[in-house]
Design a protein around this ligand. Structure first.
Ligand SMILES: C[S@@+](CC[C@H](N)C(=O)[O-])C[C@H]1O[C@@H](n2cnc3c(N)ncnc32)[C@H](O)[C@@H]1O
Length: 249
């Protein structure tokens, strides 16, 4: 189902679509660094436990990219849906073609799958929207797709306040030194292209404590339970990001 497009909402989505034409490495196309390959493998277990998936569930991932999280999660549920830019969905389909997983090309919320979902995952996506108004609209439209008792996990939200608290700790200072050493390798052609494609993007990029509390509070006022949850520090950005779990009573 396609609704009228809203200008501005598509900026990073469109850029990700361009990136898929030059970057076919699934880790980097999903916005992670090469040095995070092992840490990425821990994300599925983390979101799986927060979503509390059941074999009867209908699961949707909005911004599923090449399906690194959704493909394994599809084996836990009755029916899985993943949506993203057509160029990315084309790559995802070649990675995993199975009737248990339905790929949907399109930009949310203009494009939406039919029906309600028991579980919805939005991992590492909201920071790519342009402003809080677009984020609230995205959130409201995702909540409207939830079944009664359903869960929406908005995970991997970069939080500048959390980052500052970590970076000023002894553990944070040691991590920074190690990160700089590990990530100082040569740039590839695809790395350079990736920087060019995202140069000047209109993205909110990070949140702070107040903004994350405000999103949780807005959900509660709207009649949902909402919880801010920590990430496992061993996740790719586990020291500086956190999750918002929203439950429809
Ligand atoms: C950083 S990647 C995260 C991918 C995946 N969720 C993961 O964690 O591995 C963000 C993805 O969200 C997609 N995206 C951004 N805005 C979107 C929107 N409005 N509708 C659908 N996909 C969107 C991008 O195309 C990109 O593939």
């Amino acid at each position: 189902m396609t609704k009228n497009p809203k200008p501005g909402l598509n900026d990073s989505y469109t850029r990700y679509g361009k990136l898929a034409q030059v970057q076919t490495d699934a880790l980097q196309l999903a916005g992670r660094f090469r040095i995070q390959a092992l840490a990425e493998r821990r994300i599925v277990a983390d979101v799986r436990s927060k979503l509390a998936l059941e074999p009867t569930h209908r699961l949707l991932e909005i911004g599923c990219n090449m399906g690194t999280l959704l493909i394994p999660l599809a084996f836990d549920v009755a029916e899985a849906w993943g949506m993203d830019h057509p160029n990315i969905i084309q790559l995802a389909k070649t990675r995993f073609a199975d009737p248990r997983l339905n790929w949907l090309a399109g930009c949310f919320p203009q494009t939406q799958p039919a029906g309600k979902f028991d579980r919805i995952l939005v991992n590492s996506v909201l920071q790519y929207l342009s402003n809080i108004a677009d984020i609230e609209m995205f959130l409201d439209q995702a909540l409207a797709l939830l079944s009664d008792g359903g869960r929406l996990l908005i995970s991997d939200l970069p939080n500048t306040d959390r980052r500052r608290r970590f970076q000023t700790s002894e553990a944070g200072k040691a991590f920074d030194i190690e990160w700089k050493q590990l990530s100082s390798g040569p740039e590839t052609h695809a790395d350079r292209k990736q920087h060019e494609i995202f140069d000047g993007a209109t993205v909110i990029a990070t949140f702070n404590d107040d903004q994350i509390f405000a999103l949780a509070s807005r959900c509660r006022k709207g009649g949902y339970h909402a919880y801010i949850m920590p990430q496992d520090p061993r996740l790719p950005f586990g020291h500086t990001r956190e999750d918002l779990l929203i439950v429809k009573p």
